[in-house]
Design a protein. Structure first.
Length: 283
């Protein structure tokens, strides 16, 4: 719930402490932010449009696919990596699926995403998750040095801000797709491919961190037409394919292979980082 995480949040306008009041979150300077009926708060400021936010259709696809347990092994790995954490932050948390499963006894989770449609679900994913709408590319409305773990699963990475909110000895866990992720769907449906240099680019883009450990998790799934549509519809390829075009391609691919379900390879790269440089001093 929001009450569990407000002590770790700061006002996005003045960086002052926040207090949860009936129907609103407010700082001592009077900046106030309404709490939605779903239990989340938007801490976006200014008139500039934030980054691309997942649509209701993308969020619904993600919710359906993850609820079916297809990525449960990944969630289990993340839970192990977050074991013992008192405060876990997930950037680009989506529906809160991974964060909800990563929380140990007594741990609290801070979920944020630029999509209010996703945050509505994240706010109700676990009784000890508090969620807000926020832009990862802006100074995060999270106090410095409060997080034991920052999770980033298929999400943008703001290294300086992640380093700032982590406590000394904290860790950043980044999940990215490995090269063969979602084959043969990628080649068969004309989806976006994973750059072979992606892992190196991730590390180069996080100069505040040092790579401590890297591992790959890979396995095969048997996916039918609806499940294929969901896994494609929840990812970046959804921005480049109209739904009717996607469904036609899926039908054609299954018909060509004379299959009702297609064996699909999923492969994730898990990178664990430690902080080496503290970012600028922001409350």
């Amino acid at each position: 719930m929001l009450a569990d995480v407000v002590p770790y949040l700061v006002c996005p306008v003045c960086r002052g402490s926040l207090e949860l009041l009936p129907g609103t979150v407010r700082c001592a300077s009077g900046h106030a932010f309404d709490v939605a009926r779903q239990g989340y708060v938007s801490l976006l400021t200014g008139s500039r449009s934030p980054g691309t936010a997942d649509t209701p259709q993308m969020v619904a696809a993600r919710d359906a696919f993850l609820a079916a347990g297809h990525y449960a092994p990944l969630a289990a790995e993340l839970a192990k990596l977050c074991s013992g954490a008192a405060v876990t932050v997930e950037a680009g948390a989506g529906t809160g699926y991974y964060l909800a499963r990563a929380l140990g006894p007594g741990g609290v989770g801070i979920a944020f995403d630029v999509s209010k449609h996703a945050v509505k679900r994240a706010a109700r994913a676990h009784e000890r998750i508090g969620a807000f709408v926020g832009d990862v590319w802006q100074p995060l409305p999270i106090a410095s040095g409060v997080a034991d773990v920052v999770l980033d699963v298929f999400a943008p990475r703001n290294g300086s801000e992640f380093a700032r909110v982590l406590r000394a000895g904290g860790r950043l866990v980044v999940v990215t797709p490995a090269v063969r992720h979602l084959e043969p769907l990628v080649s068969g449906l004309g989806l976006l491919t994973v750059d072979a240099d992606k892992q190196d680019r991730v590390a180069r883009g996080l100069p505040e961190f040092t790579l401590v450990e890297q591992r790959e998790l890979a396995y095969d799934l048997e996916l039918g037409a609806e499940e294929i549509a969901a896994v494609v519809g929840m990812g970046p390829s959804a921005w480049h394919l109209e739904e009717d075009v996607l469904r036609a391609r899926i039908s054609g691919l299954l018909r060509e292979k004379n299959l009702r379900k297609m064996s699909t390879h999923v492969a994730f790269q898990l990178s664990i980082f430690g902080v080496v440089t503290r970012s600028r001093s922001v409350p």
